[in-house]
Design a protein around this ligand. Sequence first.
Ligand code: 6PG
Length: 463
Amino acid sequence: NSCDFGLVGLGVMGRNLLLNAAGKGYKVFGYDLDRSKVNSLLRENNRNFQIQASTDPEELVNSLSKPRKIMLLVPAGNAVESIIENLEPLLDPGDIILDGGNSFYQDTERRQKSLEEKGIHFLGVGVSGGAFGALHGPSMMPGGSKSAYGHVRPILEALASKYRGEPCVAYLGTGSSGHYVKMVHNGIEYGLMQLISESYGFLKCLGNYSNAQFHEIYGEWNSGPLQSYLMEITSAIFAKPDPLGQGALLDQILDRARQKGTGKWTSQNAMDLGIAVPTIDAAVRMREISAAKEMRVEAGKIYEKSNRSTEENLLDITGAALRFGYILTFAQGFHLLNNASETYGYALDLAKVSKIWRSGCIIRSSLLQDIAHAFSGPDSPGHLLLCPAIVDQVRDTLQHTRMMACLAAQNGIAIPAFYSALAYFDAFTTADLPINLVQAQRDFFGSHTYERKDREGNFSTEW
Ligand code: 6PG
């Protein structure tokens, strides 16, 4: 029983995270039901890694030093459930299970409670960065028992990506906070991806750029204030030829985006908490609209559009609008985190969350350094748009965003993520909204009462 760390699930993520740990000098044990995955992992030992592996859960448990630290990297849902059922009778009080998948935070909460009754700790750990991140350093978002985190902290810090030497992992809070933060990370991921795809659609319609030009444009943006992993891979995507020889690969990919649920959960939960995240909602909805390909083709024939090319400075407009969209998406995501932190008692530190997202994860971007700065300090407001450190960037990009919205509306180009960011901004910055009329209407037909500007209390009128 001399292994430091167990990894359950030897798919790409689990295997890579295990190799990451082995490369840092840890003695690791890999477990999977699939014999071929176990065998393939054992072949890695010729790199002088200290790796053991088996298809037998008892062997896993008996090989680990105490308290045992076992990380699950299996698909969220039933797979996590059945692994826990198998492991639980074999474990001792004090042992620690870490769930590194995209589990729904309420499942994590439930699993935590039932395992803690037996003295077994269960940490929900959001892991971001894909296969490359798992191998070379992901961003990790752990939540749960603080004392249990103390035991796994050295290994998680060794595994994590580093931002100027600082590990992109930190204890976030109690309960399901880790998986909650990862869910919102993914909601933001959806929003940024949608903004980028809309910027491409907008420029393609009005500017008629080639893929080679797009490769340059997004590459240049990636070397300025829009620097981000998603911008970087977008530039690379434009340069990729189709392996089947049909021009650019992107042009052969069907315009129908799938989803596994985390973005939708973010929107659903935001609505439950009464926090508006319209840019994330728009991103989820566009995946849904994209799925109706056949109907879109039909409707496109009925309502034909003619895009006119334009003399406007499209690249400046779009680049600025992207910066605006990025800021507004992060603003909505962090506002949700701030509210959830109070509602669920996570006690999240928004600056800490920003910091562990600066490297390793899918939404890493230079903007996160500004956001970390904006949320630092004791008096930080819970909304990015109210942070002085961000105000100038919003002001600088606003007019171009309005211009992009006008051009898109005139030309029938679908940019709902940009519209929603702008509409949210305009509503959020309006001191007096016309929604007093909604209150009056509610009272008119249903005596639902209204509040007054000049005195306390609830009032109703015979209209
Ligand atoms: C990450 C990603 C990852 C997620 C994919 C797919 O942080 O590494 O968020 O966890 O599974 O992005 O999500 P969809 O299939 O829902 O697009």
